[in-house]
Design a protein around this ligand. Structure first.
Ligand SMILES: NC(=O)CC[C@H](N)C(=O)O
Length: 222
């Protein structure tokens, strides 16, 4: 199973992601510059965190027009897996592969902390190695992480069990319904604001993120 990690101008978590996938988990992984236009050799697409295009306009609003995005939309529409972390989650909502939007944090500050999360749904290819309602700790680092959606979208997310992670304890950014991560209705596209790649090596102080990547490897995704 080959992973492709997309690099936009301003991405800064792409190497961390490659380190986890290639060095920690031994998976074939390649970086994909945003100007590439095909994903033929890639099974799983990962959009990493960062500050694509300097977060101008809104986070992810410009990256959404990068040449590689057409191939990513096609990949997703074929039912193949796509994972977006933080800025990657923002790009996925901007391009319409995930519902809702990420807006300025309630406190209007960039926040960087270790954050407790609750696993809201473990019945997906991404989360099946976690226990239902398991509490984990994953770092957050964002300025626009406040998840928002209209009533209809929120009702659909709940009805279809598309909320995969919720903030536990204090809600750090004002996200609706404490939402930290969601998937699409078909369950092959997922996005989350916290950074599991920063919690996948004991050297970094925690390994609670590793089950997400291991889950993808063992889920028979492709
Ligand atoms: N770590 C990240 O990916 C940050 C995303 C984005 N630049 C924000 O501040 O919200």
């Amino acid at each position: 199973m080959q992973f492709g990690v997309i690099v936009f101008p301003g991405s800064n978590c792409d190497r961390d992601m490659v380190y986890v996938l290639r060095d920690v988990l031994n998976c074939p992984t390649r970086l994909i510059w945003h100007q590439e236009t095909t994903l033929d050799d890639v099974d799983v697409v990962v959009l990493p965190g960062g500050f694509s295009y300097g977060d101008y306009l809104r986070c992810g609003a410009i990256a959404r027009f990068s040449p590689i995005m057409a191939a990513i939309v096609e990949h997703a529409n074929l039912g193949k897996p796509v994972l977006g972390i933080c800025n990657g989650f923002q790009v996925l909502t901007e391009v319409g592969l995930l519902p809702g939007a990420l807006t300025r944090n309630e406190g209007l500050h960039f926040i960087c902390d270790r954050q407790p999360l609750e696993v809201a749904n473990n019945q997906t290819a991404f989360t099946h190695l976690y226990a239902e309602k398991q509490h984990i700790t994953i770092p957050i680092a964002h300025g626009e992480g406040r998840y928002q959606a209209n009533e209809k979208t929120l009702a659909e997310l709940r009805a279809n069990q598309q909320v995969l992670f919720r903030y536990a304890g204090e809600n750090p950014n004002g996200s609706l319904d404490n939402i930290a991560g969601i998937c699409n209705r078909q369950r092959n596209v997922m996005g989350m604001m916290p950074h599991p790649e920063r919690a996948s090596d004991p050297m970094l102080g925690g390994t609670d993120g590793l089950a997400l990547f291991k889950g993808m490897l063992t889920a028979n995704l492709c």
